[in-house]
Ligand binder design. Structure first.
Ligand code: NAD
Length: 478
């Protein structure tokens, strides 16, 4: 018997949760269920995180959370409960299998069977955003070595467990050499530990195009958070419907299982929603808690039901489908098929499918870190970078000189192009002469000079060398 927490959520949430629980309990799942309330009602009762603190206690105690979609009210500063839950509970890995059910569910990609493993905690989802000048806002993209190592290792261990042959990595490291560059580098390092699994890297733009066009060439794909968010919806949709896919959010202690779609408020309360997405989440949950036989029984009955042409409205197609069923009736059809297997679709076997146990991240010895310069960002409403350079040079200190000015990353001084469009947000790069080591007090002196010369500084970024290697990007065009 495993104790789990459930939340029925909003919109179609209660209907698909009822259907899912009916099916898995009928299959013999050994569960003790604690229910909590999350979502719209909790938000509107004045809790901006959509969840009460006692509910966190329940989730943390039970460790396993099956969650229906929720409605996040628009505007008003409400924080996404999904993002908060993933990060609070350290659910670093988001696993989304996307498989075609051809010819029973209409799809342009009949042989597609891939799994997206998405990093779930960092990247642009750190949600650290600031307006810096009248014209420019920024969002911080944070990628960490532990984050990369954990997710890449998870992808390879998952591939090994599931007998999958290849792990592909998607990044945009031709542009983001530090952040996506780290993800790619860690991928290459860890791939070497799994010689039996093929590995490859694609630049995300062409990778995404290939995924939408020829998904059958992919097996497991691992990627940073934002790309994974977007592309896992694309992948689920092109199998036939977003209503068919579930997702597992896995952490070292806790896990959350859900459908990938939202609360579909326009069809709520009408007994038409497809419960398959949440059911797929529940199947992953059963595997995770070691009830693999039940998971297998549910999955095979579900495949048989789809194969029989018993479909909910979202996937119902004249000619392919046989009977259009409501949410409750679909659940009954799956229950009636428990113990049976599909004949044309491949029946599943979950012999060794329980939770993956990965080694804990080991912090590496610290590198030799040397401060060699500073980027000072300033707001300035002029348009000619040469004029700005003349002003900025006045604040140079002994041994720390203006090296470059960029605007939105592109070098505009020295030797910029007059065609380059400039905003009011300028980065002035100062470097020590011959890369000698600077002290933080040198930066304070520089900023004090800036104040004395009426220069509007917004923020600074230190320029470091780690073990003698420059660890900052060059200006575009430098
Ligand atoms: P949605 O996924 O709810 O709906 C998109 C479309 O797919 C709609 O046409 C809907 O009717 C249909 N659809 C979705 N699930 C279906 C199902 N199971 N069966 C049949 N049809 C289904 O996306 P949305 O409309 O952009 O968002 C609605 C709300 O859900 C928003 O408040 C959003 O914030 C929230 N949301 C929640 C989650 C979550 O809790 N995990 C995820 C995404 C969106």
């Amino acid at each position: 018997m495993t104790k789990i927490t459930i939340a029925k959520g909003d919109g179609i949430g209660p209907e698909i949760m009822a259907a899912t629980l009916d099916i898995i309990l009928a299959a013999g799942a050994q569960l003790e269920i604690d229910e909590i309330e999350v979502g719209e009602k909790v938000y509107l009762a004045g809790n901006p995180s959509g969840i009460a603190s006692e509910s966190w206690d329940t989730i943390r105690k039970n460790k396993i959370f099956l969650k229906s979609p929720i409605t996040t009210p628009q505007g008003g500063g409400y924080k996404s409960l999904n993002v908060t839950t993933r990060k609070f509970l350290g659910l670093y890995s988001n696993v989304r299998p996307c498989m075609s059910l051809h010819p029973f569910v209409s799809t342009k990609h009949p042989v597609m069977d891939l799994v997206i493993v998405r990093e779930n905690e960092e990247d642009l989802y750190a949600g650290i955003e600031h307006q810096q000048t009248d014209e420019v806002v920024q969002c911080l993209k944070l990628i960490s070595r532990p984050g990369c190592e954990k997710i890449v290792r998870y992808a390879f261990e998952y591939a090994k467990q599931q007998n999958r042959k290849k792990v592909t990595c998607f990044t945009k490291d031709n542009i983001m050499k530090q952040t996506d560059g780290l993800f790619h580098k860690v991928f290459d390092e860890i791939a070497k530990e799994y010689p039996e699994i093929e590995n490859e890297h694609w630049i995300i733009d062409i990778g995404a195009a290939k995924l939408a066009d020829t998904p059958e060439v992919f097996d497991v794909i691992v990627m940073p958070n934002l790309y994974g968010d977007v592309l896992s919806d694309v992948a689920a949709q092109i199998t036939g419907s977003v209503g068919l896919a579930g997702s597992a959010n896995i952490g070292e202690e806790c896990s959350m299982f859900e459908a990938i779609h939202g609360s579909a408020p326009t069809i709520a309360g009408q007994n038409v929603a497809n419960p398959s997405g949440l059911l797929q989440g529940a199947v992953m949950m059963l595997n995770h808690i070691g009830q693999t036989e039940i998971a297998e029984k549910v999955q095979n009955a579900w495949l048989k039901t789809l194969e029989d042409g018993h479909h909910t409205e979202d996937i119902f197609k004249e000619g392919t489908s046989k009977v259009k069923l409501g949410t409750k009736e679909f659940a009954k059809a799956v229950i009636a098929n428990l113990g049976q297997k599909p004949s044309l679709l491949k029946a599943v076997s979950y012999a060794n499918n329980s939770a993956l146990i990965l080694p804990k991240y080991q912090r590496k010895p610290a590198a030799n870190k040397k401060l060699v310069g500073v980027d000072v960002f300033v707001q300035w409403n002029g348009t000619n970078p040469n004029e700005l350079a003349d002003k900025i040079k006045l604040i140079e200190n002994n041994g720390i000189k203006l090296n470059m000015i960029t605007n939105r990353g592109i070098k505009v001084w020295p030797e910029g192009f007059k065609e380059t469009f400039c905003t009011d947000h300028w980065r002035c790069r100062f470097k020590s002469e011959e890369s000698s080591e600077l002290q933080k007090t040198d930066i304070i002196a520089l900023l004090t000079n800036a104040i004395n010369h009426n220069i509007d500084t917004i923020k600074t970024e230190n320029l470091y060398e780690f073990d003698g290697k420059a660890a900052y990007s060059l200006g575009q065009g430098q």
